[in-house]
Design a protein around this ligand. Sequence first.
Ligand code: NDP
Length: 287
Amino acid sequence: VNPTSVTVIGLGPMGKAMAGAYLDNGYEVTVWNRTAERADPLVARGAHRAESVAAALAVNELVVLSLTDYAAMYAILEQAPSAALKGRTLVNLTSDTPDLARRAAAWAAERGAVHITGGVQTPPPGIGNPETSTYYSGPEEAVEAHRAALEVLTGIDYLGEDPGLAALFYQLLMDMFWTGMLSYVHAMAVADANGVSAARLLPHASKAMDFRYFLEFYAPRIDAGNHDGDVDRLAMGVASMEHVLHTAEASGVDTALPTAVLAHFRRGAAAGHSEDSFTSLVKVLRP
Ligand code: NDP
């Protein structure tokens, strides 16, 4: 096993950045991508283009996968005879559901391969920066055996043996990220309708989107089942979201998002939580 030789399968923006980081670090890099010409710039920098999936698997023990979803992984790996997977370590940095990650780990094991699940927590420009990190789960000894190679990409945030864990934490992150960022995009539309630029809002948006204080305040209370309305009451949340909705409406901005938030708050109130904190919605969402 050559510790500085790696195969990268999947050359979207993420896989391209990963293969590039390995080249920057002096690795021998073999690449394969469904659309072969996407490998051209990497080949120009010294990467080897595998002519088939089987060839890509044959040259290296360490195989990094960066694909749209797990269906793409099967579509690719099933092009090679299953014996080609024997002895391989698949570092799957493709995001998908925890169940699919668990199934993929079992599928790999049946073929004599080890599957490490990854969930990358940075966009492509963060690849190669040790300050960024990736969730990993699966066999710890495999993660440790490949620590140096994984750390070429990002830092390691190891969560445990369950192959679904890295996928779960990644999805929790995305749940917060997309919903949170959509709130920014919506507020920006209202700002824009009122002549406020993104630059002008930026320092205020940065403060408003820094939820650390709230998370640290509410997390222990949620774990303790404490949803007391001593600091915030859902009834206040309903009134507050009505103001947001009316402001969006008056600005001629789409109201689907604040309407959905308000509907959640009203459901909580209807379930008897008017005098409780809005965190009581955890119970309403998961009865
Ligand atoms: P893309 O969706 O652009 O990845 C595309 C890659 O998947 C390409 O190599 C593409 O091949 C391949 N692919 C898709 N479907 C198939 C298929 N049916 N058969 C064969 N190959 C297929 O995503 P990114 O590169 O942006 O990201 C890769 C992974 O990393 C994703 O799971 C994403 O969620 C995750 N991620 C991405 C981040 C980002 O900011 N981009 C941030 C964090 C995680 P082809 O070139 O031929 O189309």
